[in-house]
Ligand binder design. Structure first.
Ligand code: ATP
Ligand code: MG
Length: 254
């Protein structure tokens, strides 16, 4: 493992990258997952590597939506399992959401490694591994449409961090409310989800957990109002403006 000194100007970003590389070595992350991380890093750089006001607005709406859900499910892939397994388990416990392991690049061995990593971090029940409960999501080609009958198939709200656009669209077509974390405000997932948190999942998830705790005492009607008042398209435009402003600031400094 490479030692990254805390004083390194890009220490935080390098530490996140290191988690992905370790996850790859441990058989959690797919090769393609490393590339997805690279794309995310580029957008994080443009965002200034901080949680902006617009992301915070999306996090609030997401928390309200998760609390209102009857059967929320968090979909976990290799990147998430490598980046923040403990926090995912904490989010599930805080909100009563189920956890389903669901891979874009399907591989039974990798799935099992992810399950083990989640269990090590305190997860009890994990869906998506029992062949008996395999079900198919409509509107997407065969290998990528497998979901758990008691998990994503039955869910009303699905949290899909770092998801692919085709799958997000399939989830929407099957009537799910989709919440995503995606650093790229222009990706198909960002544009298709109901609520897109444009932030690094490693930063945003802590804020989401806090917000879920804070909002859990609110009346359903006021939570519903928060969800109804949230406009994802508008929020994404504001994210792009945040990126533009950040870049303008950088230009002035240079
Ligand atoms: P889409 O299929 O939605 O158009 P894409 O094909 O560009 O997106 P994918 O590899 O399918 O990209 O999805 C991965 C997404 O996850 C990318 O948009 C990337 O920016 C984002 N991403 C990667 N790492 C992180 C991270 N740590 N936090 C949040 N988002 C991330
Ligand atoms: Mg994609």
């Amino acid at each position: 493992m490479t030692v990254i000194p805390k004083s390194h100007p890009r220490a935080k970003s390098l530490l996140i990258r290191e988690k992905l590389v370790n996850g790859f070595d441990k058989g959690l992350v797919a090769k393609e997952g490393l590339l997805a991380q690279g794309r995310g890093e580029a957008f994080d750089y443009l965002l200034g590597e901080k949680t902006g006001k617009t992301a915070k607005k999306a996090i609030k709406a997401a928390a309200a939506q998760i609390i209102l859900a009857n059967t929320p499910v968090i979909s976990v892939n290799g990147n998430i399992a490598a980046l923040c397994p403990r926090k995912i388990v904490k989010l599930a416990k805080t909100t009563g959401a189920k956890i389903e392991v669901n891979l874009f690049y399907h591989n039974e061995k990798r799935k099992q490694n992810i399950v083990n990593a989640l269990k090590k971090n305190g997860a009890r029940e994990i869906l998506g591994i029992d062949q008996k409960f395999k079900a198919k999501l409509q509107g997407i080609d065969s290998a990528r449409r497998i979901v758990d009958k008691n998990g994503i198939l039955a869910a009303d709200v699905v949290v899909v961090p770092l998801e692919d656009g085709d799958r997000t669209l399939a989830l929407r077509k099957s009537g799910k409310t989709v919440i995503t974390f995606d650093l790229n405000p222009l990706s198909r997932t960002s544009q298709t989800a109901n609520i897109t948190i444009v932030d690094n999942v490693t930063r945003a998830i802590d804020i989401l957990i806090k917000e879920c705790k804070k909002l859990s005492v609110k009346k359903p009607s006021s939570l519903q109002k928060m969800v109804d008042d949230f406009d994802n398209k508008k929020n994404l435009s504001e994210n792009i403006i945040e990126i533009k402003n950040n870049l303008s600031r950088r230009l002035k400094i240079a």
